[in-house]
Design a protein around this ligand. Structure first.
Ligand code: FAD
Ligand code: NAD
Length: 482
């Protein structure tokens, strides 16, 4: 007999597990179905983000950053270390430990909030019925007043470079190398390519990034993207723009390699790598998820179609996270999960899609929210620019970490903040101050009149706000109006 729930969530990534917990907090009898299995065939919750995404990539970024610090930057502080070496299996094992801790944490949160975690692949067979098949083939049926689909996304594969997870890997394979590849190729200079390319470059790999587009990070403010390209190139990433991959040849044996063929402005090219990471984007995952007769509509790119409240075309069925339109970011999915849960409880919660912060966790980090300068120009907005370089920040100099800048864009007439773009140490955390300010429709003057701790990196945000109105204290003020 089917078990009846108020809410059944399919998928326990950040969008799904947060939706499930919030539903349970609001008094709904809630189940969350997950098909992800670990090496011992045990169900693990947390989805891409916790298992093979945000968390493990940041664990490796943090470890490899410490390695670079110890190798190259301690000496300037007067710290002598002797020869610094990297133990890659130990670094990867630490990453796995962090993942296990956090996925276990989701399981505990389910228990604490009385969410029933259900192992297996969930298929929506009617608008209020989900059949769950576990990895041994056992089936059970759940009925639900409401269904929330949070099935996430998977890496895109491209025909010229089929993934074998040995020599040609996707982002998941790139988190588990057991030694530093001497020559590492990366296809795609997007977020994953730059983050994982940085990890292995810091550990000593010669990294070549092949990017099809002629522009570097086209979604990022041009001034910031230019600075990022300069810094990342200096760190050893050989980023080739306008490089279109056409094919690849694997050489097997004791030292496997792959030769990638690509074309660029100079014609046909070849490059040979010991490992190749393919990071050309992700696609929504809806395999074995939806019975045709339910009639859930997908868009042309395979995303489940939803409105701004994450409702699908079928009443009482919602979809959140990477499986629907919008940026593929954990925090965007989490907020959608909360919104759906709270709206089921009669609240009027919304997601502000204009204020989704984005971060690239290279060092320095690149973080932005709102409009960039190019978008403001295209929209015909009259705006002011306030820029503060970290080289003028006492705290950044004390830390010997003064690359980059804070750039604030405001509407000239109202002084309202329209966008913020940061490249620098801790950019993600610095940006959040401006996300909150923008959520409250703050002006640059509001930020300027706020007291900031000294010395702190946050002072760069304060000074950028002052600079937007031409009265920064710790830099010269130029004409800022555009
Ligand atoms: P997912 O996390 O993909 O979870 C979906 C879950 O649903 C999976 O566990 C899957 O097994 C399960 N599932 C699917 N179908 C079924 C079914 N039929 N039955 C049962 N279960 C099912 N985002 C950030 O915001 N910050 C970052 O720093 C960041 N770093 C990243 C680094 C990497 C290497 C990658 C790959 C991604 C990164 N992302 C990051 C993106 C982030 O991981 C995703 O945006 C986020 O995980 C999406 O959450 P989700 O819940 O929608 O889907
Ligand atoms: P992406 O969209 O960020 O970058 C893919 C890049 O590959 C683009 O620059 C694209 O032009 C390029 N490309 C596409 N096809 C190509 C080809 N055939 N040859 C060469 N280049 C090609 O995608 P991603 O880096 O794979 O990341 C996927 C998603 O995961 C992103 O949308 C992002 O939102 C999310 N993510 C977020 C974070 C974070 O928030 N820090 C980190 C990692 C991933």
């Amino acid at each position: 007999m089917a078990t009846q729930y108020d809410v059944v969530v399919i998928g326990s990534g950040p969008a799904g597990y947060v939706a499930a917990i919030r539903c349970a907090q609001l008094g709904f009898k809630t189940a969350c179905i997950e098909k992800w299995l670990n090496k011992d065939s045990k169900t693990v919750y947390g989805g891409t983000c916790l298992n093979v995404g945000c968390i493990p990539s940041k664990a490796l970024l943090d470890s490899s950053h410490k390695f670079v610090e110890a190798q190259h930057h301690f000496e300037v502080h007067g710290i002598k270390t002797g020869k610094v070496a990297i133990d890659v299996p130990a670094m990867v094992a630490r990453k796995d430990k962090v993942v296990t801790q956090l996925t276990g944490g989701v399981k505990s949160l389910f228990a604490a909030n009385k969410v029933d975690g259900i192992a297996g692949t969930g298929k929506l067979v009617a608008k209020d019925r989900v059949v769950v098949t576990d990895h041994t083939g056992n089936q059970q049926e759940l009925t639900a007043t409401h269904v929330i689909i949070a099935a996430g996304s998977v890496p895109i594969e491209i025909p010229p470079t089929p993934i074998d997870q040995q020599t040609i890997v996707d982002s998941t394979g790139a988190l588990d190398f057991q030694e530093v590849p001497k020559r590492l190729g990366v296809i795609g200079a997007g977020v994953i390519g730059l983050e994982l390319g940085s990890v292995w470059a810091r550990l000593g790999a010669e990294v070549t990034v092949l990017e099809a587009l002629d522009d570097f990070l086209p979604m990022v403010d041009r001034q910031i993207a230019k600075e990022a390209l300069k810094i990342l190139t200096k760190q050893g990433l050989n980023i080739k723009l306008g490089a279109r991959v056409t094919g690849s040849k694997l050489t097997k044996g004791s030292k496997p390699s792959v030769t990638v063929e690509y074309t660029d402005k100079d014609g046909e090219q070849k490059a040979t790598f010991d490992k190749l990471i393919v990071a050309v984007g992700r696609r929504p995952f809806t395999k074995d998820l939806l019975a045709d007769e339910v009639g859930i509509e997908l868009d042309a790119r395979g995303f489940i179609k939803v409105n701004e409240k994450c409702a699908t075309n079928i009443p009482n069925v919602y979809a959140v996270g990477d499986v629907v339109r919008g940026p593929m970011l954990a925090h965007k999915g989490m907020e959608e999960g909360v919104m759906v849960a709270e709206r089921l409880a009669g609240k009027k919660t919304q997601v502000n899609y204009d204020l989704v912060p984005s971060v690239i966790y290279t060092h320095p980090e690149v973080a932005w929210v709102g409009k960039n300068e190019e978008q403001l120009k295209a929209d015909g907005v009259t705006y002011n620019v306030g820029v503060f370089p970290f080289v003028a920040s006492g705290r950044a100099l004390a830390a010997n970490d003064a690359d980059g800048m804070v750039k604030l864009l405001t509407e000239t007439k109202s002084d309202r903040i329209l966008g913020c773009h940061i490249i620098g140490a801790s950019a993600a955390d610095l940006l959040q101050q401006i996300v909150i300010a923008m959520e409250f429709s703050a002006s640059a003057e509001d930020i300027g009149l706020t007291m900031f701790s000294h010395p702190s990196l946050s002072e760069a945000v304060h000074e950028a706000a002052l600079a937007a109105n031409g009265h920064a204290v710790h830099i010269g003020n130029k004409k800022q109006r555009h």
